[in-house]
Design a protein around this ligand. Structure first.
Ligand SMILES: [Zn+2]
Length: 142
């Protein structure tokens, strides 16, 4: 008597996986590089060998798309712009001690300090920093 998928608990295992964050693993790529991943499931092949279904994140540049595959529905998750403070040489009422930039702005050079959108808005509101007029960092209005 073979158990059904439901009585074997497979359905409940999948439900748990859907709701829980999969456990982290390290995956060794050809060449020896290790990358972090999430273990989705163990699956045994008919010959007995176990395989792991793993989700890994790798640089997009190493992904080779296959002709005739449709990638239009693959979600894109752009990162929120990273904000940075650049210290200014002089502090004056018309030019404060810190300048706020979006990371990657041509004016964001030298020793940069990453910051949050909340802190950036606070610094600009109180006049401790000025927003770069070139990259116009997105900050909440005071
Ligand atoms: Zn800028």
């Amino acid at each position: 008597m073979a158990p059904s998928a439901r009585s074997a608990g497979l359905t409940s295992i999948e439900r748990v996986s859907d709701n829980a964050d999969p456990p982290r693993v390290r995956v060794t790529l050809p060449g020896g590089t290790q990358v972090p991943g999430k273990l989705i499931r163990w699956r045994q092949a008919p010959a007995g060998q176990w395989w792991a279904q793993v989700v890994i994140q790798i640089p997009a540049g190493v992904v080779v798309q296959i002709a005739d595959e449709d990638y239009a529905s693959v979600p894109r998750e752009p990162a929120a712009p990273q904000l940075v403070f650049r210290p200014l040489r002089h502090d004056a009422p018309d030019r404060r001690a810190l300048e706020l930039h979006v990371a990657g702005c041509w004016g964001a050079t030298g020793r940069l300090t990453p910051t949050t959108a909340e802190a950036a808005a606070h610094f600009v509101k109180h006049g401790w920093a000025v927003a770069c007029t070139t990259c116009q960092p997105p900050i909440a209005a005071p």
